[in-house]
Design a protein around this ligand. Structure first.
Ligand code: PLP
Length: 430
């Protein structure tokens, strides 16, 4: 019966050739008797090919060293494209993290090698966002959806489980979870016949004085709306699901009781959720819920109460380091606003061929949605864009149309290319 070969099945390997790093690299001898993978050379760049992880056989040539020109322009809504230098850094360190002879994902979450990555990710996020001492950064699991449930479980009172501002499908889901554990209220609902085309004004909010918090979705990934001014909630903590717009611009964190975001759009890969929470709220959160679901448990252990999603956090570290190198949030805001201007101008100047259903003051800079004259044309648009090297343009299945997700990793040049394509498409299919 065939079985996977474990390291202990292998005959002792000859000592690895020097890789020049002086690292403590373990043997990479292939069990199959194929040549050592690190003796293979990438034909494109003449760089050593990193060994196959399974140790059974090397991957096909196409996977050895993907030419960078094969990378598409990725407008996916999430998981989304990540900055290339963050991926390249991971590629470089993948098998041998800083001379330790193993991948970061093979390290113990309790070891000092991983711990320094973990703390660096927290430090970078704190620096980039200017997180004040009053708040703590947590890395949790379960995605933003898990926060929909964890938040009311921790902060509800007997009388109230939060005021919810309904601006789309995600805020509705957050409200639904709160209803399971307590008695939330709806502070505003901007739906018209099931469609959301704007975020509410301050004057429309019906806030309860005894609410433990007010919940908003700062950017509505599906409907393409975004808050540019946050509601004033007085003494009631404001809590924002920033899954699709965290880090798009400088943000005054002190205004929030809590910010949370699934990492897979603007911060890194899926698998880790960033929570930035006021320390007094962490302390006063409920203790009559399972320990693993309490913010206080994770805060006390610096998000290492149980095994953290180490590789995802490592990638977050890589992405944050790149964002810092790019000039931090002021530079990103400039770039993001420019992308928004270019794309909305192309829509508005298309003589009605492209139509954005969102009211102007609520138009999201992160997720730009629009329609073409017909659904068949939309399908053609998506498929021809793909042929031109641009993917991820199909609108969410619940609303249809086109959605351009232009998170931090999407460059101005990428949006310019898309706009050029839109113009050509319109002329050919008008
Ligand atoms: C604004 C927003 N909130 C929540 C979610 C759900 O996130 P997750 O899949 O991480 O639970 C999404 C997913 O796209 C989102 O865009």
């Amino acid at each position: 019966m065939s079985r996977l070969l474990l390291r202990t099945d292998l005959a002792p390997a000859p000592p690895p050739p020097s890789n020049g790093s002086g690292g403590r690299r373990a043997d990479a001898q292939l069990a199959s008797g194929l040549p050592r993978a690190d003796t293979l050379v990438c034909s494109r760049a003449n760089r050593p090919y990193a060994p196959g992880v399974s140790g059974l056989q090397p991957p096909p040539v196409s996977l050895r060293c993907p030419p960078m020109s094969n990378r598409v322009i990725n407008f996916n809504a999430g998981p989304s494209g990540l900055p290339l230098p963050a991926l390249e850094r991971a590629q470089k360190e993948f098998l041998d993290f800083q001379g330790t002879g193993m991948s970061i994902m093979e390290h113990s979450h309790r070891g000092k090698d991983y711990e320094s990555v973990h703390n660096e990710a927290i430090k970078l996020l704190t620096e980039l966002l200017g997180v004040p001492d009053t708040h703590q950064v947590l890395f949790l699991q379960g995605g933003a959806s898990h926060q929909f449930a964890m938040l009311p479980m921790n902060l509800r009172t007997e009388e109230h489980a939060g005021d919810y501002v309904l601006t789309g499908a995600w805020s509705q889901k957050a409200l639904d979870e709160a209803k399971i554990v307590g008695k939330p209220a709806v502070a505003a609902d901007t739906a018209v016949e099931g469609k959301f085309t704007r975020v509410p004004k301050q004057s429309e909010l019906k806030l309860s004085a005894n609410a433990p918090y007010v919940h908003i979705t700062s950017n509505n990934t599906i409907f393409g709306t975004q808050f540019f001014d946050f509601p004033n909630t007085g003494n009631v903590p404001l809590i924002a699901d920033m899954s699709s717009d965290i880090l798009w611009r400088p943000t005054d964190v002190s205004k929030f009781g809590m910010i949370y975001a699934g990492a897979q759009k603007n911060i890194g890969p899926s698998g880790v959720t960033v929570v930035i929470m006021r320390k007094d709220l962490i302390e006063k959160s409920r203790k009559d819920i399972p320990k693993v679901l309490r913010y206080s448990t994770h805060a006390k252990e610096n998000s290492l109460y149980n095994t953290a999603p180490t590789f995802a956090i490592y990638m977050v570290r890589n992405v944050l380091a790149v964002l810092k190198d790019m000039g931090g949030l002021p530079a990103l805001e400039k770039q993001n606003r420019k992308k928004g201007e270019i794309l909305y101008a192309a829509i508005d100047q298309s003589s009605g061929y492209f139509k954005c259903p969102v009211e102007k003051e609520s138009r999201s800079v992160m997720n730009v949605v629009f329609r073409l004259p017909s659904e068949p044309l939309e399908e053609k648009f998506v498929s021809e864009a793909k042929k031109a090297g641009m993917v991820g343009l199909k609108g969410h299945r619940s609303v249809g149309g086109i959605r351009v997700s232009q998170y931090n990793a999407v460059t101005v040049e990428a949006v310019q290319k898309l706009v050029g394509f839109m113009d050509t498409f319109r002329k050919a299919n008008g």
